[in-house]
Design a protein. Structure first.
Length: 310
């Protein structure tokens, strides 16, 4: 075999292998990018950020009509229990509005999403950095073959062999069994300072997100999550000041559900609902979702909104 023929043969073999790998990954389609998602229930696997971004491009708008935008605080809220909306939980651990904005843009790149449930919390405006990966359309290439896709397959194998349990359900909710028992470093710092630090880039991004949603005529439900009374004891004034400042900047939206209001005090005065003062135990998360479901039902009734929940 001549050197030229060997080189051509080698290049052809590599191209065939690459095409074969890509073809297999397209056929399996773990992110719901390449075929209809009707009836599919796709779970987050591998890198959480890569997975939720790619799932948001087609799977989310094809299977859901609403998204919950939040951080680890709302990651274990079982949104499948919201009975009149089909909600996908876009919450990411350690997320800021910068990352969540990328997920919103992905989910709205196709028709399907008509309501956004948007968390109101200092954690979302604390920083303007991407935590692990820049969530951009170029990530779609990773669905054809990448280390992140290999991590997806490894997670599937571990689950299939009984070595692990699924971490997420098909609606993006994280299933940590006992709740989080310690805040991350950023959350600790946030609660240990006199006032809540605000990153100006993240703050403006939050305002811009609200403006973009209104421009698209997407209905916005703002949610102020509960915080334990013990943790609030030294920072309630600072938190109320933050909430007033943000509400003045973005308005009340189509609905404003405040879990720190006196009528909902049973949630935040019961320390058993919290694992660390901010994150919820499974029981606490269920209590939050029960009240959220009632509040959304009431909002839909008052607005006489009809939303396809099938």
């Amino acid at each position: 075999m001549t050197p030229r023929l060997w080189l051509i043969t080698a290049i052809a073999a590599v191209l065939i292998a690459v095409l074969a790998v890509g073809g297999v990954n397209i056929a399996i389609d773990p992110y719901g990018l390449y075929r209809s998602n009707s009836g599919r229930q796709l779970r987050v696997a591998g890198d959480e950020r890569v997975a939720k971004y790619l799932l948001s491009l087609r799977y989310v708008p094809q299977r859901f009509n609403s998204v919950l935008i939040g951080a680890s605080i709302s990651a274990n809220w079982d949104v499948t229990k919201i009975d009149r909306l089909r909600i996908y939980n876009e919450s990411l651990n350690g997320a800021t509005i910068i990352e969540e904005r990328a997920l919103i843009e992905a989910a709205l790149s196709r028709p399907g999403i008509s309501i956004v449930l948007l968390l109101v919390h200092p954690a979302l405006t604390y920083s303007s950095e991407f935590r692990t990966v820049d969530m951009q359309p170029a990530l779609k290439r990773s669905a054809l073959g990448s280390l992140s896709l290999w991590e997806v397959y490894k997670d599937w194998i571990r689950i299939r062999l009984g070595g692990a349990e699924p971490v997420f359900d098909y609606a993006g909710t994280e299933r940590y069994a006992e709740g989080r028992h310690e805040m991350n470093a950023n959350m600790k710092r946030m609660w240990n300072t006199k006032d809540f630090e605000i990153d100006p880039v993240a703050w403006q991004a939050y305002i811009d997100v609200v403006g973009e949603l209104r421009h698209r005529k997407i209905q916005i439900v703002f949610i102020v999550p509960p915080t334990s009374a013990q943790l609030l004891s030294s920072k309630r004034t600072a938190l109320e000041r933050y909430l007033e400042q943000l509400r003045a900047a973005v308005g009340a939206g189509d609905a404003w559900i405040d879990f720190l209001s006196p009528p909902r005090s049973a949630l935040w005065t019961d320390e058993a609902n919290f694992s660390d003062g901010v994150h919820f135990t499974p029981e606490g998360a269920r209590a939050v979702v029960n009240q959220l479901n009632a509040a959304i039902n009431d909002w839909l009734e008052r607005r006489q909104l009809i939303v396809d929940s099938q």
